[in-house]
Design a protein around this ligand. Sequence first.
Ligand code: PLP
Length: 391
Amino acid sequence: MDYNSKISTQIRDLPRSGIRDFFELVIGRSDVISLGVGEPDKPTPWPIREAAIRALEKGQTSYTSNLGLESLRIAISGYVENQFRVNYDPKKEILVTVGVSEALDIAFRAMLNPGDEVIYHEPCYVSYSPSIKMAYGVPVVVETREENMFALMAADVEKAITPKTKVIALNFPTNPTGGVMPPEELEKIAALAVKHDLLVFTDEIYCELLYDGQQHKSIVEYPGMRERTVLLHGFSKAFAMTGWRLGYACAPAPLIEAMMKVHQYCMLCAPILSQVAGIEALKMGASAYEDMRLSYEQRRNTIVSRLNGMGLHCFNPGGAFYVFPEIRSTGLTSKEFAFGLLDKKSVAVVPGTAFGAAGEGFVRCCYATAPDLIVKAMDLMEEFVNEVRSA
Ligand code: PLP
């Protein structure tokens, strides 16, 4: 059969995730030190796991309401108010999803008509452009630059706005750069969204992982923004719950209702055991992740200092658990660097180009890895860099 002709052209033309491609090379290789996968190196805190075990013992194995368990939505409302100083009604303004991944996908599918433009920033998480395209939208890239510590400049956003722009999508702290937003730029972007009557999707998945005593501020907190913002958040990173597949969206009721329509047909609901675990996670709050956050901060300090020490310029990122060193001084491309390092020293990092063309000249290292392994990986990377330079 000619399978090519059977598959949707839109899906056929979609690139495979650069991260996945790279990690297929690493899977099953116990000799590799991985600074690759963006997930915590520790399992989910025990009380959260225990809550799910108890639920399973009690036979809680059913579907839930499409919106998610009401008790979880009430807990999310409290947590979000505490984090972002914005109140959402758990009855109609919160939707529990299968991770932020699903929340992003259904937000684009629910809001975009064919040809609507979405402004987003690159380098960024691999899902943005494909999710926009799968919703028949048009991705419009605004590059962030190292000279601005990978923050998004309002002037660049303004230049990208056209009569077809419908959404600005933001993710700060950012995967893969760890960049955070200066409040003055965020405020200007909020003013642009209000002026041009745009929606804003803000992916807050790393908002708990901030360093150097910074306080997180989301775009939803600025005047005129609550009514036009879809706030996307989840449990994967701060609560070390990547495998539970749990997230949520908070937005005005008509937007949640539209997303719910997509969700109810494609997902029905998030898994009940994960939802029960999510209630326990929110009960624990910062006590579930504060030690981890402090440990990440120390690991960040180590890795940034080692990278700069070996002559790979690396800015000090304010959040998430990634560093994005520039590798141009080696004369290699991002891919050559990442594949060479894997081949010669068995250390895995992700080529910056996996996160968009603006990532050329950089690689992403995830430091949610045991501190002794980080040191070993840095020793091996230094050897590699010296060998490349002296070749
Ligand atoms: N958004 C960003 C910026 C991410 O980095 C990730 C995962 O790495 C996701 C969303 C997906 O998160 P989830 O596990 O909640 O689907």
